[in-house]
Design a protein around this ligand. Structure first.
Ligand code: SER
Length: 875
């Protein structure tokens, strides 16, 4: 059998090898994990975490996958070392309490040496320092010389999926690129010589938040082989980026930048590698429904996109290029992950939008940088804080800041920059990598001793149940009194736990003299946590209770959930088949559906979508719910949700000919039960994301009653019939406009009348007549008209009027005759200077100018000043 070379062949060879060894080949789970404690899928084992922890039964004793993963903890190393990635594919074989160490080692060796043809003398292995058993297996069963088996400490050879969770000692296989250096110099830390390509984890413990290890119910195997790494070895290229999995993206970017990768300097090669790596990551993240934003996984995505753009600029790409390199990544990924092609339009439009907005940010950053450079002055040093701000907010890499600063003879405090960077790393790790769930860690600890919650709520609204865990503030307690806020885990429950956008059920738990009102239900791994308040009595662990959901609330949620499916189907049919869900909320009183769409819907489209949904409701389509293999569901064209449960068996909700979706939520049995559907609004929530809010079922009536109440009140107040309200308002608006105009006229007439009285106050200054006066609270327009009129009535007049329409508002106007202007006194400049005294400014033409101010108390003083000034100027 020929040795596989291409990435696609290597992937297939791995899966085939384990398929014939009775492993179920499962598809990759989404990059958006089901596990709430991690932001992104970081390893092949993540979707199986509940199985390792015994919270979910394994459907197969053995499985094998090629799993999409993202890790960003070493993002700064991407492109600089030979093997760091953000996105990568992890090939894995898994045993759930089936085979263990010796079999895993034997197969890993056979696969590496026979299928991938790696010469045994090129391989070195590591084992955990205390793992004598693994050491002996490699030496005695496989025949590796003892000095080529290295014992390593906890940091390298004890694998944990996160701060808590399943873990165990591991054993790694390394490839030796420089065997000529000899066996005496084996140092596995030397990554220019050794590449770790296969990690075998002997999963047998659960680690809790305090670091305690508890043995898992069974001994498991979790392995990971980096596809890109194996490709590097077999394709004999100097680094992962030059494999067929990434290099075409690099070549595309190089062509756009008009550079030749092979002969380019190191900085250019690094930039191209970053572009190659990150483009693949963003394409898969967008395809899995992640939307660029400023928090959580959306932030990780935005950061990666911005890095692609920045590095593109660094190598001279001035035009928009991310959709072009993305096309290459889509072409490379589509055979293994067809959703990248399906989401092509969303991917390209999102990238284009991010690129346009980020380029604006970069321009702003350039301006800010030049201001800072000016302030610091030649020969000075730019602070680390400023350099970091430019990096963090405006996306300027340190090198770019250094380059621009150097052109102006400045240096940059790189140490200070690194220190800020480190602070940020700690901040973002705390904020983004893990979620602290106290209830979750309590439940992790108790997981082995309690039953996972059985959900009965698809068919029942009440059931008996036994209280397994009682918590207050996430801490386990034995009993709790009336008035306490509690979290309760039962062995079985009819309560739906919030997921897939559908909110948790409400209801009651009742027992001997005890009543708990349940206000929400959330899922922690395989446990449903009921959040509630004890209304009466004392609740104990072990109590038998009756769990009863609030049926009216449940029916309302069901109407909204099914309506959401119908809405999605209608949007696809009427607006665009590419529309996909970007977020959803299914509540008692409304539904909210966010979807990818580059433009707003027209009012006609909104109406058509609403009509379509109502037609389907009236047609009374019966729901068909079935459980089937994921592959079958996808083949039938079911819409898959992001972050869906990683399970080969999925629940499919089908209204034949209307909508078919994978969904774990609760629904009406027939669309007719929904009754009515009404769209309340269609708005934009983020670039490329639209939001529809709607109501269904009884909530429509509430919504319409509210509206009807408003119309009734209007009709009462106007004393017209409801259908005449609009005409009445139009008439009133016209009347109001006419009245306002009349009022304006009266006001200026009044101002004029007052102004005429002022004529007497004019003083003669040489051949000029100066009139400076206050007109109380006249508004600016009236003031202006008055000033103009007065100036015309006076011979060689210089008129300055002021008023204070409010305590914080001053209005000033100057109207000067041509003779005054000839004397060199201009209205615009004059009034501007006077307005400054009242905390304002303004100006205008030489003959007529207006200004304003904010301090009315200064008006008398300002007018005095104006009078004196005119006396001086016109003398
Ligand atoms: N979970 C291990 C890793 O990620 C092996 O799959 O390296």
């Amino acid at each position: 059998m020929a040795i596989p070379k291409t990435g696609a062949d290597i992937r297939q060879a791995f899966l085939d090898f384990y398929a014939v060894r009775e492993h179920e080949v499962l598809p990759s789970a989404s990059l958006v994990p089901e596990d709430p404690t991690v932001l992104l899928t970081i390893a092949g084992m993540l979707p199986f975490k509940p199985i390792f922890l015994g919270q979910r039964p394994a459907e197969f004793p053995r499985a094998t996958t090629s799993q999409k993963c993202i890790r960003t903890n070493d993002i700064e190393n991407v492109g600089r070392t030979a093997r760091h990635h953000t996105f990568f594919e992890m090939l894995g074989n898994f045993s759930f309490g089936d085979y263990f160490k010796s079999q895993a080692i034997a197969w890993a060796w056979e696969l590496s040496t026979k299928v991938f043809g790696l010469p045994p003398e090129r391989l070195v292995v590591s084992v955990f320092e205390d793992d004598d058993e693994a050491f002996a297996l490699w030496r005695d069963e496989i025949g590796i010389p003892a000095h080529r088996i290295q014992r390593m400490g906890e940091k390298d050879n004890f694998w944990v999926s996160g701060p808590t969770g399943p873990c165990g000692p591991c054993s790694e296989i390394y490839y030796d690129f420089k065997p000529e250096l000899g066996d005496d110099a084996i140092d596995l830390e030397d990554d220019s010589r050794f590449l770790e390509f296969y990690n075998l984890v002997f999963m047998q413990y659960n680690r809790d938040a305090e670091g305690n290890l508890t043995p898992l119910a069974s001994q498991n195997i979790d392995t990971g082989m980096g596809l890109d790494r194996m490709a590097q070895i077999l394709q004999q290229v100097p680094n992962n980026y030059e494999t067929d999995l990434i290099f075409p993206i690099i070549e595309k970017a190089a062509a756009i930048a008009n550079v030749d990768y092979a002969t380019a300097d190191e900085a250019t090669q690094v930039a191209l590698k970053v572009i190659g790596d990150h483009t693949r990551a963003v394409v898969h993240m967008l395809a899995d429904g992640i939307v660029a934003s400023n928090e959580g996984r959306g932030y990780v995505l935005r950061r990666l996109i911005r890095r692609v753009i920045r590095y593109g600029r660094l190598i001279g790409i001035e035009r928009e290029f991310t959709p072009i390199v993305a096309e290459m990544a889509i072409a490379l990924g589509e055979s293994a992950y067809p959703n990248v092609r399906k989401m092509e339009r969303v991917i390209k439009v999102s990238l284009q939008r991010e690129e346009v907005s980020f380029l604006k940010t970069l321009d702003r950053g350039e301006r800010i940088l030049s201001d800072i450079i000016e302030q610091v002055g030649p020969g000075g040093q730019l602070s680390g804080t400023d350099a970091f701000k430019l990096f963090d907010t405006y996306g300027f890499p340190l090198e770019l800041t250094q380059e621009i600063a150097a052109e102006k003879n400045l240096t940059v405090d790189a140490g200070g920059f690194e220190a800020e960077m480190e602070k940020q790393r700690i901040r973002s790790q705390q904020a983004h990598e893990t979620v602290d769930l106290t209830a979750q860690s309590t439940l992790d600890r108790l997981a082995d001793h309690i039953e996972q919650t059985e959900f009965l709520g698809y068919t029942r609204s009440s059931s008996d149940a036994v209280l397994q865990v009682l918590m207050m503030d996430g801490k386990s307690v034995q009993q709790a009194e009336a008035g306490s806020e509690v979290q309760v885990v039962l062995d079985q429950t009819p309560f739906y736990a919030e997921s897939g956008g559908q909110i948790g059920d409400r209801g009651y738990l009742s027992g001997d003299n005890v009543l708990v009102r349940v206000e929400d239900v959330k899922k922690e791994s395989a446990f449903f946590v009921h959040f509630g308040r004890i209304e009466r009595g004392t609740l104990h662990v072990g109590d038998s209770v009756v769990a009863q959901i609030d049926l009216a609330c449940r029916r309302r949620v069901q109407a909204h959930h099914t309506a959401t499916h119908l809405l999605q189907a209608a949007l696809k049919r009427i607006v665009d088949d590419n529309i996909s869900q970007a977020g959803s909320l299914v509540a008692f009183d409304r539904l909210r559906f966010d979807f990818n769409c580059p433009r707003a819907l027209t009012p006609e489209e909104v109406q058509q979508v609403e009509d379509q949904v109502n037609t389907w409701i009236a047609e009374a389509h019966a729901a068909q719910i079935s459980v089937m293999p994921l592959a079958d569901a996808k083949a039938r064209g079911a819409i898959a949700m992001f972050g869906e449960k990683y399970s080969s068996e999925v629940r499919v909700l089908d209204f034949p000919g209307v909508s078919m979706e994978l969904c774990g939520g609760t629904h009406v049995a027939n669309t007719a039960e929904i009754g009515l559907f009404k769209i309340v609004s269609e708005t934009g929530v983020a670039a490329g994301i639209r939001r529809i809010e709607a109501v269904a079922g009884p909530a429509v009536l509430e919504y319409l009653n509210l509206r009807d109440g408003v119309v009734k009140e209007l009709s009462d107040r106007f004393k017209v019939k409801p259908e005449e309200v609009v005409d009445r308002i139009t008439t009133l608006q016209t009347e109001l406009k006419t009245t306002q105009k009349q009022l304006e006229t009266v006001k200026s007439q009044l101002a004029l009348a007052k102004a005429t009285q002022l004529l007497d106050a004019a003083e003669a200054v040489g051949e000029f007549q100066v009139l400076v006066a206050s007109m109380d609270d006249a508004d600016p327009d009236a003031l202006k008209t008055a000033a103009e009129q007065l100036q015309q009535k006076l011979k060689n007049g210089a008129v300055v009027l002021g008023s204070a329409p409010a305590a914080d508002k001053v209005s000033l106007v100057a109207a000067f005759s041509p003779a005054v202007i000839q004397k060199g006194v201009q209205a615009g400049k004059f009034i501007g200077a006077i307005a400054k005294l009242c905390g304002g400014g303004g100006g205008g033409r030489p003959n007529l100018a207006q200004a304003g101010g904010r301090d009315a108390s200064k008006l008398p003083e300002a007018l005095d000043q104006a009078r004196q000034q005119l006396h001086t100027d016109l003398q």
